[in-house]
Write a protein that binds this ligand. Structure first.
Ligand SMILES: [Zn+2]
Length: 867
């Protein structure tokens, strides 16, 4: 699974608006640590934002969570489903073929949450024999007529109605991620919202719609029959075998999954989807999207075949399943989910063809795809071992980034992952494999994901590529279609490499924390440096780490390296080199998960920027100089950033130039170069960043360029150019020229237009604001909302009441935390209107997110004190 983002991914520098504040607030939890270092905002989406609160703040240790005992093995399921869309019910008949796992069994216990049962029977020689059972709303205990022994198979038929909506909160919050099966706009009552249904099984929510043993160490094959409206398509695991018209506007689709997988990976989606087809060799690929988005989907998912080929080559294991579909749905409860052969994605990936030019969703596509091997083919036996799924999926993003976008890009992404982990570990360091937890959902955090990925990377560096990937190959082949725990991975790596990996696994998988190194370098004899390393982490809580660490230095253009092994709390290392070394780098590529407190001077950072061949090290040097406000050094560095080969550095350099007026005076000679980047850079983010600098420095000098680039194919570029036009000191673009953009549906354009209407107090644009508001969703809506609020607050003659009602409906019903927060923030502007403050107070009470709730309370308290 990929976590749902808390933080929007937008380039904040594009928007100088009160929403910057909002972003900062949002950043408190998920994005804080990344605001300084992030080159690519998109990167933070995946896993840094940890949506779930960790509710376990007790003094007691949470309970030990054993791997589920296997009493009964479900071998196969025949599942026949119909849907009552009106009442949001699932009418099901499940035939289960089971066998005792080892010990004889008299009772079959199945997970079945919030069901009502019809007949429960045994099938014996084609005859149904009713069985007695007990049911407690969570599990059904079915009493077999006689004891079943190992090797016996028992066939049961269970008729039921499932009620996904039951027991999922009080309805007022409208947020729930435990329904298992979700009806979206089931009565088609919401304009512009398609009717569909989809499922989300992880962690244990599949038993909200079919009876099963809802544990990751269970595995079954299945046939699923879905009765759906003729107008809709269905998608499920495995292959579509046949479709039968039922004549009454309904159709029955038969999906067959003949390879065993875990119940939480069973999935269906039904809706009026268009299918874009592709292939990788004999493997057929489908991208399912709402109609009208086919061309965008073809572009968003276009790397899929290449990715599959790359992962197959890297692992030496062919894609293990029958086909691979990727489905974009509405209102998804997570970022994406790796259901076997049928990954489901959130609607943020729903882009039109032009938007898809700037798509940066490869990482999430890689993540779910890699899960088809790690997670689906080989499955963590319990949620305690979740990192065996998520570490690999997380690390696949690095692998794909390095392969497709280059080493620098991948390395910087790894640093972002690391920062996400540090933010979480500072608050609460945890073991990567955690047997004690309160709620399985707590495991989906920056430890299981980010730290897991980083640990795999260090394992790879320690073993070398050949051993690491051969070890993965062995692990996959040995454990295909099985559940695993961490030691299975260790043993495979040991078998291949011949190394004892207990120390590595003990310190990284089973202990908490990471090394914190104090590093001192004695340069008094430059040919013979003396390095002192102290592990300064709290040794009562964390281990002394065994750490291979790379030292590097430059002799002219030649990069030299030496790996040393830290094993003690205090260690001195002498580095003899024939030639003097002016600056030694420890962990220059930032590949080791550690905090290194090596204090460099500004001059040394300048040297690092100038000489390092690693983009990530140049980026870090630039970053450090910026945070130190080292103006003299930056004056030298910033011009170099603009021609750096690493696009993240060009982009960062531009954002620095744009952020401080001082640079306009000191470095205005760069203007021509910035302009060339705006026109010619191969990276659209860099082009947009350059336009933003020109907007700050000399907007009227680029009126022609802005006007032309406002029609650039890239929305990133066009949006930035439009904003440049809006910022011209003489409001000269005439109204009708601007109005031509009213039909644009991309928020980057809408925001530029909104700013124009707001700044120039253009009356009568209320209907356009209303219309645009209802068309936007997600991140786009988030940024638009502030303009929307300001317009109705500030521009005369606009319909304030309707705007307030609309904002309240977001605050009350929207499923995304950051959008509810956005609505709250915007409504703060209306508190002088009658009833607004009272209603905000009432809704704040009902808020489900503890984090938002306390934030609301803080502001409401302040407001009440003021009044
Ligand atoms: Zn995942």
């Amino acid at each position: 699974m990929t976590q749902k983002p808390l933080c929007p991914k937008i380039n904040l520098s594009t928007f100088n608006f009160s929403f910057l504040l909002l972003a900062l607030i949002l950043g408190l939890e998920g994005c804080k640590s990344t605001t300084r270092i992030v080159a690519d905002e998109n990167e933070v989406w995946d896993t840094l934002a940890v949506e779930e609160e960790d509710f376990w703040i007790g003094v007691d240790t949470p309970p030990y969570q054993p791997t589920a005992t296997r009493s009964i093995d479900v071998l196969h399921m025949d599942l026949d489903l119909r849907f009552d869309w009106k009442n949001q019910q699932v009418i099901g008949k499940a035939k289960l073929r089971l066998t005792p796992y080892f010990y004889p069994q008299k009772i079959v216990v199945l997970d079945a949450q919030d069901f009502e049962f019809g007949k429960v029977a045994r099938i014996q020689n084609g005859q149904l024999e009713a069985l007695s059972y007990r049911y407690d709303e969570q599990q059904i205990q079915i009493y077999l007529p006689e004891e079943a022994a190992v090797g016996d198979t028992v066939e049961l038929e269970v008729n039921y109605i499932a009620f996904p909506d039951r027991n999922t909160g009080d309805g007022s919050t409208a947020i729930t991620d435990t329904k298992g099966l979700y009806f979206i706009d089931p009565l088609d009552s919401i304009p512009a919202k398609p009717t569909m249904l989809w499922t989300q099984g992880e962690t244990q929510h599949s038993s909200k719609w079919f009876p099963t043993i809802d544990q990751p160490n269970e595995r079954l094959t299945h046939d699923i029959w879905l009765t759906v409206p003729d107008s809709m398509v269905s998608i499920s695991n495995g292959r579509l075998l046949e479709q039968e018209s039922l004549g009454n506007g309904l159709r029955k689709d038969h999906w067959k999954m003949d390879l065993p997988h875990a119940p939480y990976l069973v999935a269906i989606a039904v809706g009026d989807f268009a299918k874009v087809t592709a292939s990788h060799g004999d493997l057929s690929l489908g991208y399912y999207v709402e109609k009208g988005f086919e061309k965008g989907a073809a572009r968003v998912f276009e790397s899929t075949p290449q990715m599959i080929g790359y992962f197959e080559n890297t692992l030496g294991v062919p894609f293990p399943w029958q086909k691979y579909d990727q489905i974009i749905v509405r209102d998804f409860v997570s970022g994406a989910m790796e259901n076997t052969t049928a990954s489901i994605f959130m609607e943020e990936l729903l882009l039109d063809e032009r938007e898809a030019l700037d798509s940066e969703w490869d990482y999430i596509i890689a993540h779910e795809l890699f899960h088809q091997w790690f997670g689906d083919l080989v499955t963590a036996e319990s949620w305690s071992n979740l990192t065996l799924n998520e570490a690999f999926a997380n690390y696949s993003e690095y692998l794909w980034n390095a392969h497709r976008y280059g080493q620098d890009h991948a390395d910087l992404k790894l640093v972002v992952e690391k920062e996400g982990y540090f933010a979480e570990a500072e608050a609460e360091p945890k073991e990567l494999i955690r047997f004690n937890y309160a709620d399985a959902e707590d495991l989906f955090d920056a430890h299981s994901y980010n730290k897991g990925g980083l640990v795999l990377h260090m394992l790879r560096r320690q073993l070398g590529d050949a051993a690491f990937f051969k070890g993965l190959n062995l692990y996959l082949n040995q454990h295909a279609f099985q559940a695993v725990e961490a030691h299975d991975l260790r043993l495979a790596m040991e078998r291949v490499s011949g190394q004892d990996l207990n120390p590595f696994f003990n310190q990284w998988f089973f202990a908490k924390g990471h090394p914190e190194l104090a590093i001192e370098v004695d340069y008094s004899l430059p040919e013979n440096l003396l390095l002192r390393f102290s592990q300064v982490q709290d040794l009562n809580e964390f281990p002394i780490f065994q750490l291979p660490i790379t030292l590097s230095w430059y002799e002219g253009k030649i990069r030299k390296t030496k790996t040393v092994h830290l094993t003690q709390a205090e260690q001195e290392i002498a580095l003899e080199n024939g030639n003097p070394i002016s600056l030694i780098y420890v962990n220059e590529g930032q590949e080791i998960l550690m905090k290194g407190n090596q204090v460099l001077s500004n001059a040394q950072y300048l040297q690092q920027f100038k000489e390092s061949q690693l983009g990530v090290a140049r980026y870090a040097a630039l970053d450090s100089l910026v945070s130190r406000e080292a103006m003299e050094e930056l004056k030298e560095v910033l011009p170099m950033t603009l021609s750096d080969s690493f696009e993240a550095i060009r982009e960062r350099g531009l954002s620095v130039l744009q952020a401080d007026e001082q640079w306009k005076e000191d470095l205005d000679s760069l203007e021509e170069q910035v302009y060339r980047l705006a026109e010619e850079d191969p990276n659209n983010k860099v082009r947009a960043g350059a336009l933003e600098v020109l907007t700050e420095w000399n907007p009227s000098g680029y009126r022609g360029a802005f006007t032309r680039l406002a029609r650039d194919p890239s929305y990133l570029v066009a949006g930035a150019a439009l904003m440049g036009l809006v910022r011209l000191s003489d409001p000269v673009v005439d109204l009708s020229w601007m109005e031509a953009f009213e039909s644009e549906t991309n928020f980057r354009m809408s925001v530029g237009l909104a700013e124009y209407y707001l700044v120039n107090k253009v009356q009568g644009k209320g209907p356009w604001f209303e219309q645009t508001f209802s068309k936007l969703a997600g991140e786009g809506l988030y940024y638009f909302m502030g303009y929307y609020g300001s317009y109705f607050m500030e521009v005369e003659g606009s319909e304030k009441e309707r705007a307030i009602r609309r904002l309240f409906s977001v605050l009350e019903f929207n499923s995304k935390d950051y959008l509810r927060l956005g609505a709250f923030q915007t409504l703060l502007g209306f508190v002088m209107e009658a009833g607004v403050l009272d209603k905000m107070t009432a809704l704040a009470e009902k808020e489900k997110s503890e984090e938002l709730k306390s934030y609301y309370a803080y502001y409401l308290e302040m407001l009440k004190e003021e009044n």
